[in-house]
Design a protein around this ligand. Structure first.
Ligand SMILES: *Cc1c(COP(=O)(O)O)cnc(C)c1O
Length: 416
């Protein structure tokens, strides 16, 4: 350190050509296809530099000033900086930046506030709830008694009345709001009101929108939720990881729920990279980015609707769009594969009140690349051509390569 990434690539090429080839192959894939997965983004070179730094070598169980290992004086400064930046960015009294992932952050929130067997009210998985919101395949479904609310069959919007009714009937210990596929802002004030009425904690799982919150492009759950769980790698554009925000009253419980209850040593290279990302997210440039992400998503949703796709809730407030491609004669699962072959990478997803599957896409990554509304129009056209199975797929693949090639995700040292 410091070495440039070109030097790192050279080093890997000489020592481990097999791995170097994989790494450069993935970089080429990311650079020549369109990353429309709503949960993905391109971190900055500075974030990647922190991730690839010797901080990766350091063991640091515990918290700054109270570690179980020696030699933590310098990494302590990094973690304090990350915490301080997160608190300022989100206006939170307390931040924990050690969670290894979004799921770990949710696990810690439950550990801080609940006991096994407690009742929890959350968005059902068929409506966009996350695995950690009560899936039988996940610890949450096994250790807690989940009750699910859904979305309105007509509008696709959260069935807020149902949230209140179920809360009154089941008296949950916690209410979870947050989704992997909900394209609209959540009414956090409403969830808070219901939680207060039944004496429940409110946990906001803001893994997706937290980056928009940082950029001032979405309402913040921080003033309303007892605990906010989030990822740092989605719209927020930081390293793969999680974090928790809460009031001073819950700080100690949340910290103990992360370490020692559910995790061991903190990953200091990731925490340093989180600090870098929080620093970037506090800039006017990131505010502009977050607003452009939403503008692009709104434009793309309208363009896809014009092509005949059925857009859930009729549009989006965020970076995320869910759409049913059935009017174009294809199911989401088949559509995903066909689009991937043409270089458009996105997810299929459950469609509320429907056995067929839909498509979930987002604009965080393509907006980082610098794409705007003109490119969204091109993407909608190409996507619809592939879904209708009208176009020559090799020709579409070349058009996608051409489009992506005009917006390299990284400056030259990263080019293969
Ligand atoms: C992405 C996401 C998570 C999980 O994040 P991981 O880092 O993949 O564990 C949890 N909850 C919601 C709502 C998410 O969107």
């Amino acid at each position: 350190m410091p070495v440039t990434h070109a030097q790192e690539a050279d080093l890997l090429r000489r020592q481990d050509p097999a791995l170097a080839e994989i790494l450069l192959g993935e970089l080429d894939r990311q650079s020549t296809t369109l990353q429309l997965i709503a949960a993905e983004n391109f971190t900055s070179p500075a974030v990647l530099a922190a991730l690839g730094s010797p901080l990766a070598n350091k063991y640091a169980e515990g918290y700054p000033g109270a570690r179980y290992h020696g030699g933590c004086e310098i990494v302590d400064v990094a973690e304090r900086l990350a915490v301080q930046r997160a608190k300022r960015l989100f206006g939170a009294e307390h931040a924990n930046v050690q969670s290894h992932s979004g799921s770990s952050a949710v696990l810690a929130a439950y550990a801080a506030l609940l006991r096994p067997g407690d009742t929890v009210l959350a968005l059902g998985l068929p409506y966009g709830g996350h695995l950690t919101h009560g899936s039988p395949a996940n610890f949450s479904g096994r250790w807690f008694d989940f009750v699910s609310y859904g979305v309105d069959e007509e509008t696709g919007l959260i069935a807020y009345d149902q949230v209140r009714t179920l809360a009154r009937t089941h008296r949950p210990k916690a209410i979870v709001c947050g989704s992997i596929a909900y394209p609209r802002h959540l009414d956090y004030a409403y969830f808070r009101e219901v939680a207060d009425e039944v004496g429940a904690y409110l946990i906001a799982d803001a893994a997706h929108p937290i980056g928009l919150v940082a950029g001032g492009a979405a309402p913040s759950p921080v003033p309303y939720a007892d605990v906010v769980c989030a990822t740092t790698h989605k719209v927020l554009r930081g390293p793969r990881g999680g974090m928790l925000l809460c009031g001073a009253d819950l700080a100690e419980r949340v910290d103990r729920a992360v370490f020692p209850f559910t995790q061991g040593g903190a990953q200091m290279h990731t925490i340093a990279a989180k600090a870098v990302a929080f620093g970037e997210a506090a800039t006017p440039a990131f505010q502009a980015y977050a607003h452009q992400v939403v503008a692009n998503a709104r434009f793309l949703a309208a363009a896809l609707a014009a092509e005949g796709l059925a857009i859930t809730t009729g549009g989006t407030d965020t970076h995320l769009i869910t759409a049913d491609p059935a009017p174009l004669g294809v199911d989401g699962r088949i559509a995903r594969g066909r689009l991937a072959a043409a270089g458009m990478i996105l997810d299929s997803c459950a469609l509320p009140h429907d056995d067929a599957r839909g498509l979930r896409l987002g604009t965080a990554a393509v907006t980082t690349q610098g794409m705007g509304e003109g490119e969204m129009a091109r993407i909608a056209k190409l996507l619809a051509e592939v879904l209708r199975d009208q176009a020559d797929s090799r020709q579409v693949r070349e058009e996608v390569r051409d489009l992506a090639g005009g917006f390299p995700p990284y400056p030259p040292p990263y080019q293969p």
